[in-house]
Design a binder for this molecule. Structure first.
Ligand code: NAP
Length: 347
């Protein structure tokens, strides 16, 4: 297995094409398991980790910050902060008052406090890539396909948010900035404001992208390529569904969708039908369904890194090894056929 690397946006940083997602650590995974995953990932060529202030998921007062704490403890024990390109995130607008005692917003007060606390938990004095987890304004993300305009939106202006991000970059607390769960309008506005005001430019867009949700291709893929801010693809297996393990009404013990019934995004009837068809293609070609789903993403030119998630070392190994799978034209054609019949069943 040979890891591949890509430039992060317009920077000279090379990040591994497989990024280690972390959001199960502190909920489904213990600190020891998190350490095992980080050790294994680093030994197998991964230099890019993605976390967030609010992890573990599902978000809860008791587990918030725990994932970053584990990563900080690992850095301290292994003394290898410099080996990792670390991405974290500040929460967008939400009513999760346990984080800062009031609604979380993307203003100066919130971002400054969030960053200080993340740095403390991570036991470091810088974050390589600091991302806005989701927008402050009302728009369509987290599974909402259509846009409903609300005239009376009291959102924090993008310019104000960008100025705060620019300040923390200037102070060296953050090297680069990125966005997540954004729309083409939001991405392009931030790029335009950065050019006009000579502020920090976004280098990445972290959005969902998998065989059951390819909405990224509609508008944002072009933004990624033309503006050099590639996709950091999250939920590449649709919360594990694309492995096929929930088919035929199976509910594997301790698996995410068995444990947390509120996560229904990837299990609607059309998604199940499409998953059956994707799994069939994989099996006909002696591929693991998970590796086929990941390899499809790895090959996309607008993708900078594929953020995988795992709850054990077998999954982690399987997912990292997707780097060695090249899907031939016949397989791609079949995948496109399924997509064309039922595009984006899980937006
Ligand atoms: P995913 O690949 O869709 O799902 C990963 C989960 O699927 C694993 O935790 C595991 O859960 C199961 N799984 C993984 N590999 C498997 C395999 N080979 N066979 C069978 N089951 C397998 O990715 P995700 O966890 O949703 O997202 C990955 C990362 O993206 C997160 O850790 C986080 O860093 C980031 N993310 C960001 C956002 C955002 O809003 N920006 C949102 C979501 C995720 P079980 O063992 O429990 O089944």
């Amino acid at each position: 297995m040979t890891m591949q690397f890509k430039k992060l946006g317009n920077t000279d940083i090379d990040v591994s094409l497989i990024c280690l997602g972390t959001m199960t650590w502190g909920e489904q995974n213990t600190k020891e398991e998190a350490f095992e995953q980080m050790n294994y990932a680093l030994e197998n060529g991964i230099n890019f980790f993605d976390t967030a202030e609010l992890y573990a998921v599902p978000p809860k007062e008791e587990t918030y910050g725990r994932t970053e704490t584990y990563i900080g403890e690992w850095f301290e024990e292994k003394k290898n902060r410099d080996k990792i390109i670390l991405a974290s995130k500040v929460a967008g607008r939400s009513g999760m008052k346990y984080m800062r005692g009031e609604e979380t917003r993307l203003d100066k007060k919130n971002i400054t406090k969030a960053l200080e606390e993340s740095l403390k938990r991570l036991k470091t004095d810088y974050i390589d890539l600091y991302q806005l987890h989701w927008p402050d304004r009302k728009t369509n993300f987290f599974g909402q396909l259509g846009y409903n305009h609300e005239e009376n939106d009291d959102s924090i202006p993008l310019e104000e948010t960008l100025e705060v991000l620019n300040d923390i970059v200037k102070k060296g607390m953050v090297k680069y900035i990125g966005i997540s769960n954004e729309t083409p309008w939001g991405a392009m506005q931030l790029i335009k404001i950065a050019e006009e005001k000579k502020l920090a430019k976004i280098v990445s867009i972290q959005n969902p992208y998998n065989l059951l949700n390819r909405t990224y291709e509609i508008g944002l893929a072009e933004v990624s390529v033309r503006e050099k801010c590639g996709l950091l693809a999250y939920s590449p297996l649709g919360f594990g569904a694309l492995s096929g393990k929930y088919l035929n009404e199976q509910w594997p013990a301790k698996a995410r969708l068995t444990l947390f019934k509120e996560f229904t995004r990837y299990l609607n009837p059309i998604a199940i039908k499409c998953t059956e068809e994707y799994v069939k293609i994989a099996k006909e070609n002696n591929l693991s369904p998970a590796q086929m789903a990941l390899a499809y993403i790895n090959a996309k030119p607008f993708v900078t890194s594929n953020i995988i998630g795992a709850t054990n070392l077998d999954q982690l190994k399987e997912n990292i090894e997707s780097i060695d799978i090249n899907l031939d034209e016949k397989i791609i054609e079949k995948i496109e056929g399924i997509h064309k019949e039922n595009p984006n069943p899980c937006p």
